[in-house]
Design a binder for this molecule. Structure first.
Ligand code: ATP
Length: 174
């Protein structure tokens, strides 16, 4: 396979995952009344790219298809989560007090976190995105697996994420 196309596809996979997660966070914040349609368009626009002339004949990437795919995945995941939450809330509704309601959480899902000060190094742009992705998941109590290609910096992103948690929450024992 064309090496350039292979690298491009790897990069797209990562971009797709990050965009999908941002979109999910956006759906969550929209539910809480904090996001708009423009923001959704902005997130999805991350899947757009200029046509690459040298790959024109062998590259079948279509940003509109990928946008639809991301939206569908996120809608399905969001719906499944809603169903789970509804079932759970229904089961324990009688135990909830006015001080604790499932729908009243404060999630700042689109927050752009800088590289932690205590992290001694310089995160690459995509590593900072990866760290933000992990932090978003953490803030929303969602599990996730950072599965970049070998050597792209999963270890440094994990260290940066732990630094972020230590710095932001004063938590050193996860
Ligand atoms: N931002 C960075 N600054 C300096 N060095 C870096 C950076 N990111 C990665 N490296 C270096 O690149 C190499 C690979 O990084 P790292 O071990 O974090 O990748 P990995 O994805 O965890 O790899 P593997 O899949 O092999 O476990 C390491 O030697 C690491 O020090």
């Amino acid at each position: 396979m064309n090496v350039f196309l292979y690298a491009k596809r790897q990069q797209r996979k990562l971009n797709f995952l990050i965009t999908q997660t941002e979109l999910y966070a956006h759906f969550m914040s929209r539910k809480l009344g904090g996001a708009n349609h423009q923001e959704q368009l902005r997130i999805l626009s991350q899947l757009e790219e200029e046509k690459i002339p040298r790959l024109a004949a062998i590259d079948d990437y279509d940003s509109e298809t990928m946008k639809q795919k991301a939206k569908k995945n996120v809608r399905d995941a969001f719906q499944a989560e809603q169903n789970r939450t509804r079932e759970f809330a229904h089961g324990v509704a009688h135990e909830l007090t006015d001080d604790f309601k499932l729908t009243e959480t404060s999630i700042s899902a689109d927050e752009e976190r800088p590289q932690p000060i205590i992290f001694m190094g310089n995160l690459k742009h995509y590593q900072l995105k990866g760290m933000n992705w992990l932090a978003n998941l953490y803030d929303q109590g969602i599990n996730g697996i950072l599965a970049d290609e070998m050597g792209l910096g999963k270890t440094v992103q994990s260290i940066a994420f732990l630094c972020h948690i230590a710095e932001k929450y004063g938590k050193y024992d996860l």
